[in-house]
Design a protein around this ligand. Structure first.
Ligand code: 13P
Ligand code: SF4
Length: 306
């Protein structure tokens, strides 16, 4: 049995010996962030996956993030920290359903949130992340957008790009869509001085009530640059914990007690340790045709997102 510190030291030593870059999404627990080479949102992680000099990438996050890393870095070994860590939203739509939607909307540019499977990405024109969606949709030459699979992120973009028309599907993140307007009212009543910062995966009525909406990294940056002392955080509750670590003198309140992504929480420090020892996680392997198809949409994202 090891203490957290002992396990972290073993991980730090192993990742150096084995030339592994640990990438951690900001929804991972704090003990994992401390051993990561890079912590970020989906956009940052996809950029870093390409730039990392190490031969192996260990993605502490969910499957679509590890797939994205493999799509961009086929020559690297990419490991997903826990084989069952998926994102329910990424699997919302089947390839057949998307093909049918494309048939019905032949003049629309298909914009896919990066929270999609590699197969779906292969059928889309461009990927976006919460950090890049607004800029990319604005930059697209097309005026008609079929936005999959998150209607809430799509609506948030639509509100800021009124000159374009949008089609959405039903669904969204099962965790963020649980947050209600009543919870917003309650949190604001309890903490009247606090600013409300939310992820655009929240429902439109929640996002509309926020002082700021943005990606996980966007929320962290907003706090860094804000003189405010109190914040209500409307995204996965690990962000509340990280912010409290970074700014012990400020106060952070979760908007909802239920905003916890169980898929993100499957990865523990022990999982990371076992992955490095070759007895855990899963190596991501993608057929080359599928990978190349998906790469087109991610390359377009990195190009339009510049
Ligand atoms: P980010 O793009 O902010 O990393 O969000 C990914 C995600 O899954 C949020 O639920
Ligand atoms: Fe997917 Fe929602 Fe979890 Fe993000 S918080 S990984 S969108 S289920």
């Amino acid at each position: 049995m090891f203490t957290t510190r002992e396990l972290q030291d073993k991980i730090l030593k192993l990742k150096k010996e084995k030339d592994v870059c640990i990438l951690a999404h900001a929804y991972q627990s704090h003990d994992i962030l401390e051993v990561a080479d890079y912590v970020g949102d989906s956009y940052g992680l996809s950029e870093l996956a390409q730039k990392a000099p190490q031969k192996t990438l260990l993605m502490c996050g969910v499957r679509f993030m590890a797939e994205t890393a493999k799509i961009l870095s086929p020559e690297k070994t990419v490991l997903l920290s826990h084989p069952q860590a998926g994102c329910p939203m990424a699997e919302l739509l089947s390839v057949e359903e998307l093909r049918e939607l494309k048939k019905q909307n032949p003049d629309h540019t298909v914009v896919a949130y990066i929270n999609t499977t590699a197969e779906l990405k292969g059928e889309c024109d461009v990927c976006v992340t919460s950090a890049s969606a607004l800029q990319i949709v604005k930059n697209l030459p097309s005026e008609k957008v079929l936005f999959i699979p998150d209607p809430n992120l799509g609506q948030w973009v639509k509100n800021q790009v009124p000159e374009k028309s949008f089609r959405f599907i039903e669904g969204g993140c099962p965790i963020h869509t649980k947050i209600t307007a009543e919870e917003v009212q309650e949190a604001k009543a309890l903490h009247p001085k606090a600013l409300l910062l939310v992820h655009p995966e929240c429902r439109p009525e929640v996002t509309a009530a926020a002082d700021y909406a943005g990606s996980t990294t966007g929320i962290l940056k907003y706090v860094k640059n804000s003189p405010a002392e109190e914040f209500i955080i409307g995204t996965e509750n690990s962000i509340v914990q990280h912010l409290q670590f970074d700014y012990p003198e400020k106060k952070f309140y979760p908007l909802s007690k239920t905003c916890i992504c169980n898929d993100m929480k499957l990865t523990t420090l022990t999982e990371v340790y076992n992955c490095l020892l070759g007895r855990g996680g899963e190596e991501i392997l993608l057929p080359e045709t599928l990978r190349k198809n998906a790469q087109r949409a991610i390359d377009a994202m990195l190009e339009y997102g510049k």
